[in-house]
Design a protein around this ligand. Sequence first.
Ligand code: C2O
Ligand code: CU
Ligand code: CU
Length: 565
Amino acid sequence: MRSLIVAFLLFSFQLSAQNPLFIPDTLVGPSINLSLQEGTMNFYPGQVTQTMGVNGNLLGPTLILNKTETVTMNVTNNLMDSSTIHWHGMHVSPLNDGSPHVVIPPGSTWSPLIPVLDWASTYWYHPHLHSHTHEQVQKGIAGMIIVRDNDEAALALPRTYGVDDIPLVIQTKAFNATNQIITIESALDTSLMINGTIDPFVSVPQQVVRFRILNGSSERVYNIGLSNNQTFYQIASDGGLLTAPVTMTRLRLAPGERAEILINFSGLIGQSVQLVSYGSELPSAIYGATQPGMGAGQAIPNYTLNPLNGANFQLIDFNIIAATANAITTIPATLITHSPWLAANSNITRALTFSPQNMGPTAINGPFMINMTMFDMMMINQYVPYNNTEIWTLTNNTPISHPFHIHDVQFYILDINGIAPPLNQQGRKDVILVPAGGGIVRFIAKFEDFYDDTVPYMYHCHMLTHEDGGMMGQFIVQAPPLGLNEEDFMNSGNLFPNPVIDQLTINKLKSNQIIRLYDVSGKEVYSNIIEHTEATLNLSSLVSGVYFVVFETDSNTEIRKIIKN
Ligand code: C2O
Ligand code: CU
Ligand code: CU
C-alpha cells in the first residue's frame, strides 16, 4: 500500500522535508462566505484524490474574528451530501452552533449571525453531520478560527499571520491503493499532513515565533517536541491565553485540542529544527502509543502495521532564516488573569460514565456509551438550568483514553484522577483527554448567555470514529423562569420587561447609540440611532421568539438576548 511506504519515509525525521507548508488564506468579518465543495488533490503520484474543502480543494480559510464584533457566516453547501458547520470552542447559541440538528441541505445556504463572545484564542470549524463527521472531516472540511481581543492585543506577542504567527493543522488520513481517502473502520491513518501538506517545511525567522497548533485528526494523539529538545512555551489552551507562558519540552495534544506555543529561534539562523511527535513516549491506552489499550489483550485490528503508532516521527521542518523588522525576541513573563468558578459555588455535580458496549477483548474497538446510552438524535440526555455553574465528573471505564468535548462552554479542569491538572491545562478548555481504565476528570463550567428549550448542544468523544459510533449526548440549556432576569442587566443599558410583549424599554443608554435588533436567523429586524438615554421600542409587530439586541458604541458592541411573547 502506497500510503504505508510514504509513512515509513516520514518515520525517519532526519530526512529533509520536500514540500512548502500550505498557509490557508484568511477571511475577516462582518460577512464571511464559506462554500463547502468537492475538489481534488495530488497527494501522491498516480491517481488524483477526491477531496472536500471550503472555498477550495482542501481545508478552509482561517477566519480572523474580533471579540464583541458580530459576524454573519454564509455557509453554502455545494456538496452532494448534507452537512453542518460547527464553530468548535466558540460560545454561540444552540441554533448557531452547527450541531447535527442544524443541517445544511445540498444547494442551500445557512447564515447564522454570530456575536463573538469568545476570548482571544484558536478555535476551528468542521462538519458535524450525525454519523458523517469523521468522513467529511477526513475528506478535508476543517478550518481554523483566530479570535483576537484587547487583552491579547496589549501583549508583546507575535501576530503576523503566516510570518511569525503560523497555523499548524495536524491530521492523519487513510488512503487506499487508488489514492482515495477511506474512512471505513479498519482503515489506518498512515498518512500525516500539516495544513494538507505532506512532508512539509516552512521558513521561520530567527526570533520568537508563535504556532497555533490544532489536532484535527480523527483519532491520533500527538506528543509534540523539538528535535533539538529545546524548550518552548505554551501560551494558550483551547479557549484563551494562559495566566503565564508554561515552559515545556513536550506537549500532548488530543483530537480537537488546540495549543498556541512560542518557540525562540534566536541565534539559529541557517539551521533547521524539526517539530516531532514523540509517540514512543506516550503511555499505554492512548491512540498513537505502542499499546492503544490498557494491555496487550486489547488490540485494534492492524494497529501494529501502522508505522506511526508508538513511533517518533517528524511533523514539520523549520528552516531558520533572518529575523523580520520589529521581531519579538522575548517571552512575556505573564499573560492574562483568570478567575475560575469555585467548586464551592457550583449548583450541581453531573456524572458521565463511559463504557464499552461489548465487554471483553474487543472492548477497545467500541462502540462506546455514555451513561449506558448510545447517541440518539431524538433523546435529550441532560437538562441544564440557564446560568447554572456545574461540576461534570467524567469517568472512563473503557480500555482507551477518550478526548471529551462539550459545546457551548469553556471549562476549567478541577482535577484529573484526583490531582490538579498540569499548568498548561489550567486555562480555559473545551476538550480533555480522560484517562482509560477508570480515569476520572472533573471540570467546572457556567452555562450562561444562551438557552433554548428545543435545540440542544452536544457533548461527545472527539475521536470522530467514536463520536460517529454513538459516543455522544445532548443537553438543553433551559430557559429561565419568566420574568426579569438580573443577568440581563448590562452596563450600557437595561432592557425590560424581558420577556416582552410589545413595549421594550431600554434605559441607561449613552446618547447617540446605535441599536439593532436581530432575529435568531440573523436577520436585522430593527435599527435606529437613539438620541436620548432612554428609548421605548414597539415590538408588537414581531413574531414571538428570541431576538438579540445589539448596542454599538464607539469602542465596542454589546449583545443581549430578549424573548418576545
Ligand atoms: Cu469539534 Cu462537537 O465538535
Ligand atoms: Cu465543538
Ligand atoms: Cu472515544
